[in-house]
Design a protein around this ligand. Structure first.
Ligand SMILES: NC(=O)c1ccc[n+]([C@@H]2O[C@H](COP(=O)([O-])OP(=O)(O)OC[C@H]3O[C@@H](n4cnc5c(N)ncnc54)[C@H](OP(=O)(O)O)[C@@H]3O)[C@@H](O)[C@H]2O)c1
Length: 315
């Protein structure tokens, strides 16, 4: 209740289509009943807000998280908000190629359609190498999502019209090149680890564009979506009180989710494949992100890395 005695909380069911408390542009209210979406990194932040937006519109949500334990409190919260919604677990550590392979095979074997894949999960500033020996941020933010997407492509094509959304960042503008020979060792300096985060976000834009070229003539569209600067767990490695200070000026996860939601569901942008989006609108990405030779090289290197772990028949 407000101080004037009026109820200020509005449930999702009561919201009009134009509900927009922050002024940030909103994804449209589309009826998604009968449509099925996989959102990775759905247990927290922008991913959870994206899963919420999909469930609110009636979609079936495959709830991607590292483990079921990690996901279950968020899934319980979502089921309470949307008792009618179908929310199914999709558990995999995306930094681990064998786990991604296993989870994708299980999804394909289930024989259900898939209308949207939202590659949202990511880390920033972490140290170490993955179980397969790749630098951890590269393994989590690009290589795992690359394998997942390639594996699910036949299903997305069979379920078309369908969409692939790569969640990227405007920080990709700061990148001057991809250090191809440094993707297989840990990074010591915290600043260099943030640089790697930016490089992986460039990879996300390049991959969305490269895929759209390859998928020309199909009804599978790709999108690279920048959510804006959002107060989420991704900043947890930044020390307090600095973190609290600058997070106060950021968007909420709900606002941040609007761009990837629009890319995933808006029927009016069905054919606008391969573009970079921010504040729910298309924008030119960095010139490096428009370099198709760089996109081809990224595919070649990613294939080499995946095949080294899973064998030549992997993709
Ligand atoms: N926040 C921003 O200002 C901002 C700005 C630009 C772009 N983005 C992008 O937005 C997306 C979502 O980030 P966020 O801000 O919502 O951060 P977040 O709350 O930290 O969400 C990231 C999610 O990814 C999951 N994840 C990380 N590593 C994983 C792995 N190996 N396997 C499976 N899941 C894994 C995390 O799960 P755990 O908690 O279990 O690790 C978490 O649920 C990211 O792609 C990020 O690059 C964010």
């Amino acid at each position: 209740m407000s101080r004037t005695g009026h109820r200020t909380e509005v449930t999702p069911e009561e919201r009009p289509d134009t509900w927009n408390p922050s002024g940030h542009p909103r994804a449209p209210q589309v009826d998604l009943r009968g449509r099925r979406f996989l959102v990775t990194g759905a247990a927290t932040g922008i991913g959870l807000a994206t899963a919420d937006g999909l469930a609110e519109r009636g979609a079936e949500v495959l709830f991607g998280a590292r483990t079921w334990d990690r996901a279950s409190p968020a899934v319980a919260w979502l089921r309470k908000r949307h008792p009618e919604a179908s929310i199914m677990p999709f558990s995999a550590d995306l930094s681990n190629l064998r786990e991604v392979d296993r989870a994708a095979k299980e999804l394909l074997a289930a024989g259900e359609p898939l209308h949207g894949l939202i590659n949202n999960a990511a880390i920033a500033g972490a140290r170490g190498v993955s179980a397969d020996g790749f630098e951890l941020t590269y393994a989590t933010n690009h290589l795992g999502p690359f394998l997942l997407t390639e594996r699910l492509l036949p299903l997305l094509e069979a379920s078309a019209p369908s969409r692939i959304v790569m969640v990227t960042s405007h920080w990709h503008f700061d990148v001057t090149g991809i250090p191809w020979n440094r993707l297989e060792r840990p990074i010591r300096s915290p600043l260099a680890r943030l640089k790697r985060y930016r490089e992986t976000k460039l990879m996300n834009v390049l991959y969305a564009r490269e895929l759209s070229r390859r998928l020309k003539g199909t009804k599978v569209s790709t999108y690279a979506a920048h959510p804006g600067m959002v107060a989420s767990d991704i900043w947890r490695r930044i020390p307090q009180p600095l973190r609290g200070l600058f997070m106060g000026f950021m968007l909420t996860p709900e606002d941040g989710a609007q761009t990837q939601l629009r890319c995933a569901i808006d029927p009016t942008i069905e054919g606008e494949s391969g573009l970079y989006w921010k504040r729910t609108q298309p924008h030119p990405p960095s010139s490096l992100a428009q370099d198709d030779r760089l996109g081809d090289r990224l595919r070649e290197v990613s294939l080499t890395h995946v095949r080294r772990v899973l064998g030549d028949a992997a993709i």
